[in-house]
Design a protein around this ligand. Sequence first.
Ligand code: SF4
Ligand code: SF4
Length: 336
Amino acid sequence: MTSKARTVAFQSGERNIFFHILTACNLSCRHCYINTAQHGTVTLSKETMLEWLELFADPAKKTNVIFLGGEPTMHPDLASGIKKAKELGMAVTVDSNGYLFNDILNKTSPDLLDFLSFSLDGPDAQVNDPIRGEGVFNICTSNMRKAVVKGYNVSVIYTVSSLNIDHLHRMIPLLKDIGVKRFFIQVIGLRGKPAHESAGDSGWQVSPEQWLATVPAVAAQAASAGIHVTFPKVFMDKDETFECAGIVTENFFVFPNGRVYRCPLCEDHPIHAFEIKDNRLVHREGLTEDNFFQLNIAEGCVMNMLLQPDTISYDDEGNPDHKISCCLLKQEILPE
Ligand code: SF4
Ligand code: SF4
């Protein structure tokens, strides 16, 4: 195995818009992070979706927009949003649960949509469907194949938890067979349902040892098989410099109720740094996530420390064994 992971440094001058255009979804995944009490139940009108895209357009910056939900293909005007984003010079991704509603493969085109990403949490129905719902594996993989045949760049997002980490390596032959170009491995967060629902005796989370023993090795194998792999850094080495994306990058997590966050870990709390009011992006005053980004602690990410303290272990002298990286810091291995 020769593939080596490199940390993808935060890029200044680049912005990422994670654009939730609705919160409705046809599925009810066990780890869903959508929280309608905080994010509302609104589906943006076509006009509002297009106007909000313009708020984030900046010809001086490379802008990536990721259309999200709920299930974004349930929005009847998603294709118009994709076209508008491309006209504004953005790189466009849609993250789908695989159902591809509203004939989206025919309503848009690979020229406009840079990547179509599918969420899949197992290499077969036995692993995936207990997490994402009965019958989901077959529909998702069948639509992935249709998308590849039509010329779309297809990527897959796999959310690692205690329920599926042992099956991660079996994704590689499946992804190769379908023709997937990029593989995003995520770590489950303790937000939304996972914070409250048990996944069995071990809980949802994987231990640092299990993560480190499994994920980098599988990522290297996938890269050897010709797939571009990205996975979160999570545990930093002692000599690595910690950076908070809320300070050094321009990420905007936009929700249909007008809340705009800089940090995904903050999304369950009304501490969003921005809001969209009367079609203007407004910076909020008072206690917001911005105040937390400034805090410098030995454990690394402040929000992780506040919301998921059980991810941190300490040595006998009370020092953290690992600094926890910003959840947005990624490592990647390029295909061989
Ligand atoms: S597909 Fe996404 S939005 Fe829908 S239930 Fe699953 S995690 Fe939630
Ligand atoms: S995850 Fe932590 S380090 Fe990253 S933006 Fe949020 S608070 Fe900052």
